[in-house]
Design a binder for this molecule. Structure first.
Ligand code: HEC
Ligand code: HEC
Length: 358
């Protein structure tokens, strides 16, 4: 095993000391999701409800569409009307298990409520005022009834974010061949896929960053994916990026025409071009790939790594043969579960509350 595939794990002993050991990093089976069923059920309605956006024109499902792998199938995400986004819309499958959210890793994976608040209130996604959202939802009798199944108070804006988050936590893939294999069913992967797994852990070195249940170390790395030219040539995307840099406080941001990734958060020039390692589950449904959708297929992804990534990457060329590349792609496909499709529910209508109860 190559030393870079080792990770250090600390655990407490029964005598109170702390022991650190090095173990080989590997993929792990997907755990069972934990969520509150009544909250997730209301969250399912809110996820599809356009009234959560300022102009009542788009919902979470607009950009995280269950029919499109819980993403939108586009290289770069759309935005709130009159804006376009400068990054790819990530899949929501299994995102409850993420250690960090967003391509630049700016949000803690443990804080789903904050993430949902940002999605709903940010000018470039749903551009919604939190108080307006609260008052809109209170005038839907069915939503009040759903709320009372898990809380005794009135619908409250801040808690609505957690309700949507609870639904997101419930969106998990099932029955991926890799999980059956990792649990001991040798036949779950065919010979080509097993060869691909050996390359993944060995010669190709993927497991150094892609490990754990999601195939993500939850860290930031520079792989040198080329810039998507649309971010500079399409004014609406460029405006969103500049506004994002202005908000995050990136020094001299008007001089920056690239997506600097984690640098916008840390403000450290050494972090330019670093992005969070994404999950590599369910890739079958989530093309195109990378933070800016620049790689269209898994063949392109493997070719990219074979060349040692792009400029400035912390990677080395792999010198894989054609059959090795095919095996690696076949293995990546075995990390996809059955399609997870949730249909848009029939949304309940507004009805003004009785006098004295608004
Ligand atoms: C206009 C498109 C759009 C809408 C609407 C939208 N999102 Fe997103 N979402 C994105 C994009 C783009 C990102 C990645 C942003 C980045 O990395 O800079 C993202 C990121 C996320 C992530 C983090 C995933 C990860 O792997 O890091 C979650 C979870 C999420 N959105 C949930 C939601 C929820 C829940 C809603 C509805 C309340 C919602 N989104 C509405 C486009 C959208
Ligand atoms: C040094 C850490 C590192 C190594 C090694 C690595 N990756 Fe990645 N991988 C990343 C990061 C970071 C990204 C996101 C890059 C971006 O969006 O700009 C990524 C993105 C991906 C994606 C796209 C996922 C998506 O949803 O868009 C795939 C697929 C992938 N890697 C497969 C592999 C394979 C196969 C290997 C081995 C040949 C490998 N990676 C080696 C860090 C790494």
């Amino acid at each position: 095993m190559k030393p870079r595939n080792l990770k250090r794990i600390a655990f407490a002993t029964s005598l109170g000391g702390l022991v650190t050991v090095s173990v080989a990093a590997d993929l792990a089976p997907l755990p069972q999701p934990k969520f509150n069923t009544a909250m997730a059920e209301m969250g399912r309605f809110l996820f599809f409800d356009e009234r959560l956006s300022g102009d009542a024109g788009l919902s979470c499902a607009t950009c995280h569409n269950p029919q499109k792998g819980w993403s939108d199938g586009l290289p770069l995400s759309k935005g709130y009307p009159a804006s376009e986004y400068f990054r790819n819309s990530p899949t929501l499958l299994n995102s409850g298990f993420k250690k960090r959210f967003m391509w630049d890793g700016r949000l803690d994976g443990a804080d789903m409520g904050t993430l949902v608040r940002d999605m709903i209130t940010e000018a470039h996604t749903m551009n919604m005022d939190g108080r307006l959202m609260q008052e809109r939802l209170k005038q839907v009798p069915e939503y009040n009834a759903m709320w009372l199944k898990f809380r005794k108070d009135d619908i409250n804006g801040m808690r609505v974010f957690n309700v949507v988050g609870e639904f997101v936590r419930s969106v998990n893939s099932k029955n991926a061949p890799i999980d059956r294999f990792l649990k001991g069913d040798q036949g779950a992967l065919n010979g080509t896929q097993r060869a691909g797994y050996e390359l993944f852990k060995g010669k190709a070195g993927c497991v150094a960053c892609h490990n754990g249940p999601l195939g993500s170390d939850g860290n930031l790395h520079r792989t040198g994916v080329p810039e998507n030219p649309a971010v500079t040539s399409e004014p609406l995307r460029h405006i969103t990026m500049a506004r994002y840099y202005a908000t995050s406080g990136l020094p001299n941001y008007m001089m920056t025409h690239d997506d600097v990734g984690f640098q916008a958060i840390s403000k450290n020039p050494k972090d330019k071009g670093k992005f969070a390692t994404p999950s590599i589950r369910d890739l079958k449904y989530t093309a195109p790939y990378m933070h800016n959708g620049m790689l269209k297929t898994l063949d392109e992804v493997v070719d990219f790594y074979d060349k040692g990534g792009g400029s400035g990457a912390e990677l080395k060329p792999l010198n894989l043969g054609d059959s090795e590349k095919r095996a690696l792609v076949a293995f990546l496909e075995s990390l996809s579960g059955d399609p997870v499709v949730v249909d848009k529910p029939k949304l309940p209508a507004y009805k003004v509350r009785a006098f004295g109860k608004n």
